[in-house]
Design a protein around this ligand. Structure first.
Ligand code: ZN
Length: 251
């Protein structure tokens, strides 16, 4: 089965459209959360992803926007964006976000895989470094975990021989590119497709991943998108200008 993995779209419609346009053929789309927050197209993005698939995990921004979590842990910019988003969302989209499940999410015909926003041990935890990933990898119910939340594209792994990490390296800063990473049998993984709409690894391009359960190859993707369009929409919405400028820096 060919799976499309989307995470941390953050209401960035331009980035989502670019990812979908360049995504390879897939059998199922799976969403790892933070559909909304930061960007200026919460209704459009929510409606677009609802049509894409049935498997979703809730993110902290989805919870905060829909009133399932306080804004106490949000910085002022994220908090303002969350309140703006709550105000903009149609009631049916707000209700749908409120009903998203907590991870880990399992899919019956994909027993090797589980899907989370932060960590399998805590949906709000940030798994940034290899040491962060060891305990979740060793205690997970499934050997392969797809996660988001950090907006950092790459993979952590562990087996009897040791532990390792992988960060895709790309040759350009502005073209569509892929980086392929085969998963070994007998190794446990946490794989992050990166953030569609709010990359944070210094690369402004939208990030996503695809996974083929037959070949066990993860393909990491980076695609340029209509950055200016996304920025203009943020400014026109009177959201904090920082949310527009940081998109260009990929930070
Ligand atoms: Zn996020």
């Amino acid at each position: 089965m060919r799976i499309l993995l989307l995470s941390d779209i953050h209401s960035n419609l331009e980035a989502l459209d670019a990812c979908l346009a360049s995504a390879p053929a897939y059998d199922r789309a799976i969403n790892l959360g933070d559909i909304v927050g930061y960007g200026a197209s919460p209704n459009e993005v929510t409606e677009r992803v609802r049509d894409l698939g049935k498997v979703f995990v809730r993110g902290n921004h989805d919870k905060a926007v829909s009133g399932m979590m306080t804004l106490d842990d949000f910085n002022p910019v994220a908090g303002l964006a969350a309140l703006w988003t709550r105000d903009q969302l149609k009631p049916q989209n707000l209700d749908w976000l409120r009903g998203l499940p907590e991870g880990p999410v399992f899919v019956e015909d994909l027993p090797q895989l589980q899907f989370v926003h932060g960590s399998p041990l805590d949906e709000d935890e940030y798994v940034v470094s290899l040491p962060d990933a060891i305990a979740p990898m060793l205690s997970s119910a499934a050997p392969i975990t797809f996660f988001g939340h950090t907006h950092l594209q790459g993979s952590f792994s562990t087996n009897g021989g040791g532990s390792d990490f992988y960060r895709p390296e790309y040759r350009t800063v502005g073209q569509a590119e892929i980086s392929q990473f085969p998963l070994k049998e007998g190794t446990r993984y946490m794989v992050n497709p990166g953030s569609v709409g709010q990359p944070r690894d210094g690369d402004w391009r939208a990030a996503f991943a695809s996974y083929d359960t037959q070949t066990r190859i993860v393909t990491f993707h980076r695609v340029p998108y209509n950055l200016k369009g996304a920025q203009e929409r943020i400014l026109a919405a009177n959201l904090p200008p920082k949310l527009a400028t940081r998109l260009a820096a990929g930070r």
